[in-house]
Design a protein around this ligand. Structure first.
Ligand code: ZN
Ligand code: ZN
Length: 169
C-alpha cells in the first residue's frame, strides 16, 4: 500500500496524537513560489506546495495529489469548473513536484506524523519487511502470502500508527 507514509511506532496508551505532531518547521507554502505572484482572486485556493517533499497538497482533503492527477482531482472530486482547474494546474507546470503516484513514496518508519496531512490512524506492521496496513486481516493475509512470519507476536505487538499521503483518490 504505497500511499501509507508514516510508520510512527507505538503511541503510549492515552498519548494524544497532537503531542507527536511535526515540528513547526514543517511549513506549507500556499501559491506558486516560482512565479511569485498571488493567485488570481477568483481561483479557489485549494492547492499548496510542500517544498520539503516536492508534493502538491490538496487543502480540503489534506491529501497529496500528484501533478498528473491534479486536474482530474479538482474537476471530479471538488467539482471545480474546468477553467479554474486549468488555471490552478498551470500554476504548477514546470515545477519540480511529484508527477504520478509512483513519486509519492512512504516516509521511513519512525518518522513523525505530518500535521498538514489527515490524522494518523491505528495500523499494523510486519516485523520482517516494511509492509504496513490499517487492516489486521490484511496483515494476516500478508503473513500467509509471503515468507514473512508472525513469530507468535500479538496484535498489540504489531500495532503502530500510520499516516498516509492520500486520504482520497
Ligand atoms: Zn482534494
Ligand atoms: Zn512482511
Amino acid at each position: 500500500m504505497p500511499n501509507w507514509t508514516v510508520y510512527a511506532g507505538d503511541l503510549a496508551e492515552g498519548t494524544s496524537l497532537k503531542s507527536a505532531s511535526a515540528p513547526s518547521s514543517w511549513t506549507v507554502y500556499t501559491g506558486n513560489p516560482v512565479k511569485n505572484k498571488p493567485a488570481e482572486e477568483d481561483i479557489p485556493s485549494v492547492i499548496s506546495y510542500v517544498p520539503q517533499f516536492g508534493h502538491l497538497l490538496c487543502n480540503p482533503c489534506r491529501s497529496v495529489v500528484p501533478f498528473k492527477t491534479l486536474h482530474y482531482h479538482l474537476r471530479h472530486y471538488h467539482k471545480i469548473r474546468t477553467l479554474f482547474c486549468k488555471a490552478i494546474v498551470s500554476q504548477y507546470e514546470g515545477l519540480s513536484v511529484s508527477q504520478t503516484d509512483a513519486d509519492v513514496v512512504p516516509l521511513p518508519g519512525g518518522s513523525s506524523p505530518l500535521e498538514f496531512l489527515a490524522s494518523p490512524e491505528r495500523g499494523y506492521f510486519c516485523p520482517h519487511c516494511d509492509y504496513t496496513t490499517c487492516n489486521w486481516d490484511v496483515l494476516l493475509l500478508h503473513f500467509r502470502e509471503t515468507r514473512c512470519s508472525r513469530e507468535r507476536k500479538t496484535r498489540d505487538d504489531l500495532s503502530c500508527v500510520l499516516q498516509r499521503w492520500a486520504s482520497v483518490r
